[in-house]
Write a protein that binds this ligand. Structure first.
Ligand code: PMP
Ligand code: GLN
Length: 386
């Protein structure tokens, strides 16, 4: 019999909206991927590695060049020390890093705590390993994490807590006060924290993203997940990683060895080159995306979207109550046909599908693509309001 966790799931909203975007020749501000590939030098480094070889299995934990580069990156940006031999694991994308972490660190009978809105891959994996999912639900417009909210769901049965900062879809960067509240609650339990920090460099207005693992007492209680796709605008490469204390990385590696075992050598070497020589690309990308966020936000406000604050990620969220009475999914499915702009309904990031009055826009797109999307929306909403 098929596993009911997966058998009952629809195809992901990202695939669904991207398919509708193609069908209706729409501008795709739905699925979060940049429409310009990252640095040529990084792609050249990978292509050289592909031609020169070797092209056989790399080590299970990843090429040492990349593990060392990741360790140096953590030291440079966060003053964190990870032993490249034992505390760094390379995976096939952050998706696999998260899967291996949830599989390795939580199991049947335990509870996995998610912060909603939450990225779509966490829950099915937690449920598939037999854990029970408990959620902390954040409330708009400030979406703050509170100690009381955390205490209501974290307890002796909690195996793992998955957090994401900067947070897809709402662009929150949890501040120290919020992270300290989580650390206080975690210390009273035996739970570990899986911190999805794939947008670690994509925080705007000079904001820093404190890695959860850097909080006092959390060095042995947390694994950090990262993604080269986000860092170097190479989302199709699917190179990710887990860093953390040896004891936890070791167990996560045991899961990884039976999920993918390893990750293509050439791409690992390309990313190692990027971390060593092209990190300025990542830092420039943050400035560039901030400008795009501001352009999109200003345009959307003119048409009546209630734009919410966005501190980081590729994504901007906005309320649609001033424009329609439709639930967000219906609104997005109509907009892609009528205005030819594809978005993501925010309700898909909540287990019970509520609130359903907001949508997510991806702004990791070329300026002229954002301009064209705004022109189409102006035409659409201008006509509607005439
Ligand atoms: N976590 C979050 C919050 C994401 O937005 C994404 C994006 N795709 C991932 C994980 C997965 O990253 P990757 O493409 O490296 O698997
Ligand atoms: N993380 C991307 C987003 O949030 C999508 C990745 C995917 O399609 N699975 O849009």
């Amino acid at each position: 019999m098929p596993n009911p966790v997966f058998a009952s799931l629809p195809t992901t909203i990202f695939t669904h909206m991207s398919a509708l975007a193609v069908e209706h020749d729409a501008i795709n501000l739905g699925q979060g991927f940049p429409d310009e590939d990252g640095p040529l030098a990084v792609r050249e480094a990978a292509s050289r590695a592909l031609i020169d070889g070797p092209n056989q299995y790399p080590p299970m934990k990843g090429r040492v060049e990349l593990r060392r580069a990741l360790s140096a990156h953590a030291r440079r940006f966060y003053n964190l020390d990870f032993d490249a031999e034992t505390e760094v694991l390379v995976t096939s994308g952050a998706t696999e890093a998260l899967t291996a972490s949830i599989m390795g660190l939580a199991g049947a009978g335990s509870e996995v705590v998610l912060i909603e809105p939450s990225y779509d891959s966490y829950r099915p994996i937690a449920e598939a390993v037999g854990a029970t999912v408990k959620s902390v639900i954040l409330k708009p417009p400030h979406w703050r994490l509170t100690e009381a909210g955390l205490r209501a769901v974290i307890g002796p049965k909690t195996g793992a807590i998955v957090i994401n900062t900067p947070l897809n879809p709402i662009g929150r960067v949890f501040d120290r006060e919020e992270l300290e509240a989580l650390a206080r609650v975690v210390k009273e339990t035996s739970a570990v924290v899986i911190s999805d920090e794939v947008y670690e460099h994509l925080a705007f207005d000079g904001k820093r993203v404190p890695p959860f693992i850097s909080l006092p007492g959390m060095r042995e209680r947390c694994v950090r997940v990262g993604s080269a796709g986000k860092m170097f605008s190479l989302t199709g490469w699917k190179v990710g990683w887990v860093t953390g204390p040896r004891a936890l990385v070791e167990v996560v590696s045991k899961a990884h060895q039976f999920i993918t075992f390893t990750t293509p050598t050439a791409l690992q070497l390309g990313v190692a080159y990027g971390l060593e020589h092209q990190i300025d690309f990542t830092l420039d990308l943050t400035r560039e995306l901030q400008g795009k966020r501001d352009k999109l936000a200003a345009g959307l406000r003119r048409f009546g979207f209630d734009v919410l604050p966005c501190e980081g990620t590729y994504f901007l969220t906005a309320g649609i109550s001033g424009l329609t009475n439709e639930p967000d999914t219906q609104f997005c499915e109509r907009l892609v046909r009528e205005a030819r702009v594809a978005l993501i309904p925010l309700s898909v990031f909540f287990k019970d599908g509520k609130p359903d009055t907001m949508v997510r826009f991806a702004f990791c797109k070329k300026h002229d693509v954002i301009d064209e999307a705004l022109r189409r929306l102006e035409q659409h909403f201008g006509k509607k309001h005439a």
